[in-house]
Design a protein around this ligand. Structure first.
Ligand SMILES: [Zn+2]
Length: 243
């Protein structure tokens, strides 16, 4: 089976004891031609920048501050983030968002998230969103996020999915999504042109799992794996690769 995949959420900087050459080779061996290298905190940014610089075709960098790290971040982080956005025209912002499950400081989380929304508009970039148990908080943000923002590791309800679609955003699913009882039902409501796939490796799944995710969706959507993979690849190109 010859398919091209685009992993829209992978933490390349968190694979320990391996180098980027090897990681890219592993991605390619699994049909993954391109990926979005996401980051969670300032300490990841320089490494991600180097990877993206060395592999400009394969890697789209995403610089951001994850809600888990919002409370402890040092002053001036947003200025540093801006430097990376200026350096990489094709970079997006994230992962960022709201996490009510692990929240320690809601006001700080909100402040950090809003700063990143602001930067997304200033620099015309998409957001890679991490939203956990945040349905209530999200209410005030619908329609205030940049177009083509991505709800990563989607595991919400049909109701949330409908909002994502209505506001022109995208959803990305990984292996864990399919352990949900109603995964099939939820995906029925997801138009083919808004679907993306991810590994979130090395955390939520492995690089080799991406193919299975596409196969699972193809089965649910009653599509050929080849056609579906192609469509999802084009979706990712539309979001992440601008000319
Ligand atoms: Zn992640």
């Amino acid at each position: 089976m010859l398919i091209r995949l685009f992993d829209v959420h992978i933490h390349l900087t968190d694979f320990l004891g391996t180098n980027p050459q090897k990681l890219i080779a592993e991605l390619k061996a699994n049909g993954i031609e391109k990926c979005v290298c996401v980051t969670a905190k300032p300490q990841d940014w320089e490494k991600a920048a180097r990877f993206a610089h060395d592999f400009p075709f394969e890697i789209i960098p995403s610089f951001g501050l994850h809600p888990w790290y919002a409370a402890k971040v040092q002053k001036g982080w947003e200025k540093e983030l801006e430097l990376y956005l200026k350096e990489f025209n094709g970079a997006i912002i994230g992962e960022c968002g709201l996490d009510k499950l692990k929240s320690t400081d809601i006001s700080k989380e909100t402040e950090v998230f809003e700063k990143q929304i602001e930067l997304a508009f200033v620099y015309n970039r998409s957001l890679m969103l991490h939203m956990v148990k945040a349905d209530m908080w999200l209410e005030k943000y619908w329609g205030r996020l940049p177009e083509k923002s991505v709800f990563h590791s989607f595991s919400g309800s049909v109701e949330i999915l409908k909002k994502i679609i209505n506001f022109n955003y995208y959803l990305s699913v990984n292996k864990r999504f399919f352990s949900k009882k109603d995964a099939g039902k939820i995906l029925e409501y997801a138009p083919m042109d808004r679907l993306l796939v991810e590994t979130d490796a090395p955390f939520q799944s492995e690089i080799k799992d991406l193919k299975t995710v596409v196969q699972n969706i193809a089965e649910i959507k009653n599509e050929s794996v080849e056609d579906l993979a192609h469509q999802i690849y084009l979706n990712a190109m539309d979001v992440f690769v601008r000319d």
